[in-house]
Each structure stands twice: as C-alpha cells, then as structure tokens.
Design a protein around this ligand. Structure first.
Ligand code: S3P
Length: 171
C-alpha cells in the first residue's frame, strides 16, 4: 500500500480535508502536515488575521512560501492543503514538480456550507453563503485538475473515506 509519493488533499472549505488527512496518516502510518496549521505556527498569526488585516494577496504569498517550505523541509507524506491552495497556479506547479499526488475531495456546496456554518474555524473568504457559493462554483474547474477525485457523501465517515483513498491511491 505504498508507492512512496506524497499525497496532497484539496477541495472546498468544509469538505473535511483535515479529518480525512488525519485518518489517512494513521491508516498509512505516515506523517501528515496541515498547511493552514503550519502557516499559523510559522507566522504566529491566525490565517483569519492575515487575510482580514493584510488582504488575500498577501496571504497567498505567505501560503506559497509555506508550501515551498513544507515540501523542502518536512518529510510529511500526507498534506492537507487550504481550500484555495490548489487554485493558485504557482502552487499547482510546485506540487506537480515535486511529484505530489493530488486528491480532490468533492462534495456538494450544501454539505460544505453546513460544515462551514457548524465549525469554529474562522473563514474570512466564506463570511456568508452567497460569497462562499460564488467561490465554490468558480473553483470546480480547477479542483478537477487534481490527479484523483473522490466524491464525499455525507453517509460516509472521514475514516471510511480515508480507507477508500488509501486503497486506491497507495497501490
Ligand atoms: C481558504 C481555505 C481555508 C484557509 C483560508 C483560505 C480558501 O482552509 O486556507 O481561509 O481560500 O478556500 P480550509 O479549506 O481548511 O478551510
């Protein structure tokens, strides 16, 4: 169940990238890195603070710097990206050049929005349903450039989804 390649999970906010990554790393017994948490650790700021006070372009620059750093300086096999990371061309180039297998976790907007609304995580780019839906629709055609595509159905737990990914992607 191991071809040695790194795996990066992408997909819209609220789809469950971080929890699937957590299960995937325990199933595959390998290290994982959550890019949002990594950025917050390195900048000693919250992502919400960076986006709100410095603006999204400044945040994207920091995000790319941290992606470079994560790829160069860590050995984590499973990466959970932020919902926008894969939508930025330079980040896609970095992941492709590094031979990272990318996995798009797709779900319906309503499912993502329910999770966003329930979550305590502050998401300045999804402040209201209309803004989030616009972003969701604009991103579908970019998420689908990922190597793999898994449809997340609410009846599956994140552990089950991680198991399905491990079975197919790690072979
Ligand atoms: C973002 C998603 C967030 C976080 C930031 C920007 C986006 O991560 O990186 O708020 O552009 O979709 P999650 O997808 O983990 O919420």
């Amino acid at each position: 169940m191991d071809n040695g390649r790194r795996i990066a999970l992408t997909g819209f906010m609220g789809v469950g990238k971080s929890s699937v990554a957590r299960h995937l790393s325990s199933i595959a017994k390998c290290e994982r890195l959550d890019l949002d948490a990594y950025i917050e650790k390195n900048t000693k700021r919250t992502i919400a603070d960076i986006i709100t006070n410095d603006g999204e372009p400044a945040y994207r620059k920091i995000e790319t710097e941290n992606l470079v750093r994560a790829l160069r300086e860590t050995t984590a096999r499973i990466l959970s990206l932020g919902g926008g990371t894969w939508t930025i061309p330079v980040n896609r180039d970095l992941l492709v050049e590094d031979d990272v297998t990318t996995v798009w976790l797709e779900s319906t907007f309503e499912h993502c929005w329910t999770n966003i609304s329930k979550s305590r995580k502050e998401r300045p780019l999804a402040k209201n349903k209309a803004a989030a839906m616009k972003l969701f629709e604009a991103r579908q055609s970019v998420y689908c450039l990922a190597d793999w595509h898994f449809i997340i159905r609410p009846e599956f737990t994140s552990y089950e989804i991680a198991g399905q990914i491990a079975e197919q992607v790690f072979s």
